[in-house]
Design a protein around this ligand. Structure first.
Ligand code: HEM
Ligand code: FPP
Length: 319
């Protein structure tokens, strides 16, 4: 039996046809709604917050906290995919996602996202404390509502502000372990917050046509590629400076200082390569945006290894 549905607000031609006997039956589609590859790094930064916290860590509490961060960020991703189904249907990068491809019904994805959100916050509250559960709930709200429903479609500063959503996990981890807040997790928040613009703008340089077609005011669409390239460099320089704050505050030792300096220098080098890419008069790459792709990939490795450096320093170096 087949059914047909057109998404509310969808661009013309984005009507969906469902095969009712198969829709929602593939577990891989439900997993894809959670943006699992993005979650892996989000959860790692949350786990880093837990591990950096002082005092003995109950392994069960740690495991449940990580599970809750995983559920919450996946849930926020599912709500994001539900809301963005109209624009996902017109972008090459996202058109094969389960909702625009008609493999999962929008309302089922929304129910799934809300259900997982509520379950993650309640479980976090029961297993740890109200502070951790409160920040977790706020992160979901920030990503699903403030970023996705408001900022993403209304301002080119969308990810500068919206990036806060993805920066909370270290604070959530720390709060889950201690029930309180401190300077270290706030600095970790600041690092992810400043990392998000060069991370995303590198991608947006080579996904610019997609965003333009979908009418999303991402920076290269609104201010042009050349301006975006400069912004990537400035944010990367500020990020590198802020990544050294733990060293200046004596919260980290020589190992972290060395790792942060080398990684930061590498990121600045990538940003300079993005700036020097051969471009036309509008700053559009004449070389296929290889430098931007490398910078995006480097951003992922940067955050992972920076936090590895922090953890190793915390574990092995006497401060
Ligand atoms: C508002 C902030 C952010 C925006 C707008 C953003 C945007 C994006 C986009 C558009 C992609 C490509 C995804 C795809 O093609 O499916 C991506 C990939 C990725 N992002 Fe972000 N991101 C943000 C924050 C974060 C944060 C906080 C993390 C982790 C700490 C993160 C980790 C990743 C990872 C691991 C990938 C690669 C996924 C893959 O290999 O498919 N992002 N990001
Ligand atoms: C604990 C908690 C709730 C954390 C939230 C972490 C989180 C999911 C951060 C945002 C990551 C991300 C992929 C943003 C892209 O959204 P987009 O809509 O701009 O990208 P798209 O075009 O690929 O959908």
């Amino acid at each position: 039996m087949s059914g047909s549905a057109t998404l509310p607000g969808a661009p013309e031609g984005a009507g969906l046809t469902y095969d009712a006997s198969r829709v929602g039956t593939d577990a891989r589609d439900w997993l894809a709604l959670l943006k699992p590859r993005v979650i892996s790094l989000v959860v790692f930064t949350g786990a880093a917050g837990l591990a950096m916290a002082p005092g003995p860590l109950n392994p069960l509490v740690a495991a449940v906290s990580i599970l809750c961060i995983c559920m919450a960020s996946g849930a926020a991703g599912a709500i994001n995919m539900w809301y963005d189904r109209d624009i996902d249907a017109v972008m090459k990068r996202t058109v094969t996602r389960p909702i625009p491809d008609g493999r999962i019904r929008p309302e089922a994805a929304l129910g799934y996202g809300i259900g997982l959100s509520v379950a993650s916050v309640i479980l976090m509250w029961l297993a740890t404390n109200a502070l951790a559960a409160g920040i977790l709930a706020f992160s979901i709200f920030f990503y699903a509502v403030i970023y996705t429903m408001w900022l993403k479609r209304s301002t080119p500063q969308n990810i500068v502000i919206g990036g806060a959503a993805g920066a909370f996990p270290p604070m959530i981890g720390w709060a889950a372990a201690t029930g309180s807040m401190a300077v270290m997790p706030v600095v970790m928040f600041g690092i992810i917050f400043l990392w998000t613009p060069p991370h995303f703008w590198s991608l947006s340089l080579y996904a610019c046509k997609d965003y333009g077609r979908a009418g999303i005011p991402m920076l290269p669409v609104v201010r042009g590629a050349r301006h975006t390239r400069w912004q990537i460099l400035w944010y990367t320089i500020i990020l590198t400076a802020v990544s050294l704050v733990p060293s200046f505050l004596h919260l980290a030792g020589w190992l972290y200082t060395g790792v942060a300096s080398v990684l930061g220098a590498g990121f600045i080098y990538c940003a300079i390569q993005v700036l020097r890419d051969r471009q036309d008069a509008n700053g559009v790459s004449l070389t296929g945006d290889g430098a931007a792709r490398r910078s995006f990939r480097y951003s992922l490795a940067y955050l992972f290894f920076l936090f590895c450096g922090l953890l190793a320093d915390h574990a092995f170096i006497v401060h």
